[in-house]
Design a protein around this ligand. Structure first.
Ligand code: FAD
Ligand code: UDP
Length: 383
């Protein structure tokens, strides 16, 4: 009855499902263990009528026209340039650290001298990861690096990862480089925004195709069995493609040990006042147990709300307990080796593909994830 099975209805699974159904003309079954589609991008109204992102703030941003155009078939956009500030003592300073931040935190003459140093050394418009800045032999640049390290990265990273910046992959801190420019944007991408009627509506449109069947509230392992060398669907051998977007260790009952992830507790709070912080995101880089506060109305641009809803994010180490969600792969050599062990176990299944932030044990943004899903399905369709 089905030509293809997709496990998970996040960005990876939903993009792949649409492509296989539409261009591949396949009958596609999407199996999702949560009670909704959309994975971590899911949004909904809370009990106060405020439009919230259930699994933390999600902003679509990309330089890839192909990805932007793909989603633009399924949604219009509320576009904006995302800006973030960090609460450091009494000050709210722009993050990523940029030349505006420099002038806020150093006194005038010093800031001018340091700005010249930065622009002469790296060039106006460049982006320098904090771990690279720290290696500079110039005393002035190291002074800036020390400030940024101490006030933006150290405590936030300790909360988020339970480790110091120098102990985690440079790829992670490199996501928020020092910007040698006066741009206060969190991302520099050309296309930025949120779906005008929400991510959930966008996902509904994406999956609304006669060749797609969605089954919610179902762990794939209830209906798919991974035998020695074949995959069974409801007890019968399944020959079509299976695209799996869940955690790969769970597929094998974590037989080689659990893949480490960081998780988050989201604490939502509602206030009967017009505004809580007057902006979408404030990072707490030197204080508090949570990493950041998001105030949704400034993200979604929802008008005429009754009060305002915020969310605080408390990171913790994922243990696999019921109800916990693995959000962030912890990228290091040891974990990659363990991941490889599991990946190898999947190699002997024909037409089986690992796709997604969990299944590939990677740190993908929405756009990179979408591009991978588009490329994989193109390969499948053309083979
Ligand atoms: P997911 O969204 O995790 O989807 C996987 C799906 O598979 C889930 O629905 C899960 O329930 C389902 N599943 C897993 N196992 C099974 C199983 N056995 N059976 C059935 N179903 C299963 N990216 C951006 O570009 N911009 C942002 O602002 C941004 N903010 C983020 C904020 C946070 C707090 C986090 C954690 C991530 C953020 N991201 C952001 C990244 C973005 O969430 C991911 O790129 C994207 O969600 C990855 O999609 P995915 O399909 O791989 O994974
Ligand atoms: N980071 C930080 N302070 C900040 C922002 C980011 O230390 O104010 C570090 C932290 O280690 C974080 C990483 O940079 O995990 C990547 O930040 P990003 O905002 O990209 O994280 P995400 O939105 O993916 O959680």
């Amino acid at each position: 009855m089905y030509d293809s099975i997709i496990v998970g209805s996040g960005i990876a699974g939903s993009t792949a499902a649409r492509r296989l159904a539409e261009e591949g003309k396949r009958n596609v079954l999407v199996i999702e263990k949560r009670s909704h589609i959309g994975g971590n991008c899911y949004d909904c109204m809370d009990e106060h009528g405020i439009w919230i992102h259930q699994y933390g703030p999600h902003i679509f941003h990309t330089e890839m026209k192909e990805v932007y155009e793909f989603f633009s078939r399924f949604t219009m956009w509320t576009s904006f340039r995302h800006e973030v500030v960090a609460q450091v003592g009494e000050q709210l300073i722009p993050v990523p650290f940029n030349l505006n931040t420099l002038h806020m935190v150093f006194e005038k003459d010093k800031a001018e001298e340091l700005e010249k140093k930065l622009t002469d050394t790296y060039g106006y418009g460049s982006k320098v990861p904090i771990m690279e800045l720290r290696k500079s032999e110039d005393a002035g640049i190291r002074e800036i690096a020390d400030y940024v390290y101490q006030n933006i990265f150290l405590y936030y990273t300790m909360k988020q990862w339970g480790q110091k910046p120098e102990e985690i992959s440079e790829e992670v801190t490199g996501r928020v480089p020092v910007l040698i420019s006066r741009d206060n944007g969190y991302f520099t991408d050309r296309y930025q925004g949120v779906p005008k009627q929400g991510f959930h509506r966008m996902f509904r449109n994406l999956l609304d195709h006669p060749n797609i069947t969605i089954v919610l509230d179902t762990d794939a392992k209830e209906i798919l069995k991974f035998q020695e060398d074949e995959i069974l669907l409801h007890g019968e051998p399944f020959q079509g493609e299976v695209i799996y977007t869940g955690a790969v260790d769970e597929l094998f009952d974590c037989c080689d040990g659990r893949l480490p992830y960081r998780s988050l507790d989201f604490a939502f709070e509602h206030y009967d006042r017009d505004s809580y912080q007057g902006r979408s995101v404030v990072n707490y880089t030197v204080s508090e147990d949570f990493t950041r506060i998001t105030e949704f109305k400034y993200l979604t641009k929802q008008k005429d709300t009754d009060g305002t809803t915020i969310v605080k994010e408390y990171p913790f180490a994922y243990t696999g307990k019921d109800g916990e969600i693995p959000y962030y792969a912890i990228l290091n050599e040891e974990n990659r080796k363990l991941y490889e062990k599991y990946r190898k176990r999947t190699e002997h299944y024909k037409n089986f593909y690992l796709l997604g932030r969990l299944a590939e044990y990677q740190y993908y943004n929405i756009d990179a994830m979408t591009k991978k899903a588009l490329d994989l399905t193109e390969k499948i369709i053309n083979q």
